[in-house]
Design a protein around this ligand. Structure first.
Ligand code: 5RP
Length: 220
């Protein structure tokens, strides 16, 4: 039997619970994979003290299931954060942000003691860059940042009709050379007007869980 991409996402969500059950405070990412994870979380909500959410969409879903949500500043620590990705290397470097929640996601990744990343096999790559890199930008800096991204070799495309939870815009950058993801992440983050680059190479996944037709595998 062939599993659909949604089946694989559901399997990932169930599998992730083995990392989560021992923790009372859980960071929750954004996206369709995480939406399945929230369904699983709801089954154990009596064991959860609180969650910290990475987006308005995730907060709404958590609340719909009656799962408490707290501000990051109001929790003593964030032992674990669970999220998906758009592309991943087996070493844990990622491209994220197709859902536009990259800023809060990056803040939660940096805050968490352990980042568990859930992907299906279609996102597991040998080299990053097969998908555009989302870059969150202060609206007034759109032209400047676009020129600077072009100077870095990228082809920035304005994400139309989209405003982030923080009130900013997104440029989706194609054709960037990501042979050295840490270096490119730093270069983009240093452009004035950039809020956040969707390359997660400096703070990467601690555990990458990949679901394929053959089953689930953990990296490292
Ligand atoms: C949102 C993200 C998501 O984690 C990423 O886009 C994967 O989404 P999905 O689970 O729907 O495939 O970075 O900003």
């Amino acid at each position: 039997m062939t599993h659909s991409q949604d089946d694989l996402k559901r399997q990932l969500a169930k599998y992730a619970m083995k990392f989560v059950k021992e923790h009372a405070i859980i960071g929750v990412g954004t996206g369709s994979t995480v939406n399945y994870f929230i369904e699983e979380l709801a089954k154990y909500k009596s064991d959860i003290e609180t969650t910290v959410s990475s987006s308005k969409a995730t907060t709404a879903l958590l609340k719909k299931y009656g799962i408490p949500v707290s501000d990051l500043n109001h929790v003593p620590s964030l032992p674990i954060y669970v999220d998906g990705a758009d592309e991943a290397l087996k070493y844990g470097q990622l491209i994220k942000g197709r859902g536009g929640a990259l800023l809060q996601e990056k803040i939660l990744v940096a805050s968490a003691e352990k980042f568990i990343c859930l992907i299906d096999e279609s996102k597991f790559v040998q080299r990053l860059g097969g998908v555009p890199v989302p870059v969150e930008v202060i609206p007034s800096a759109r032209s400047l940042v676009g020129r600077e991204l072009a100077a870095l070799g990228g082809d920035p495309i304005y994400r139309e009709h989209f405003i982030t939870d923080g009130g900013n815009i997104i440029l989706d950058v194609e054709r960037l050379n990501l042979a050295n993801p840490v270096e490119m992440e730093e270069k983009i983050n240093h452009i004035p007007g950039v809020v956040c680059a969707g390359i997660f190479a400096k703070n990467l996944a601690d555990v990458l869980i990949v679901a394929s037709q053959e089953g689930i595998r953990e990296y490292p």
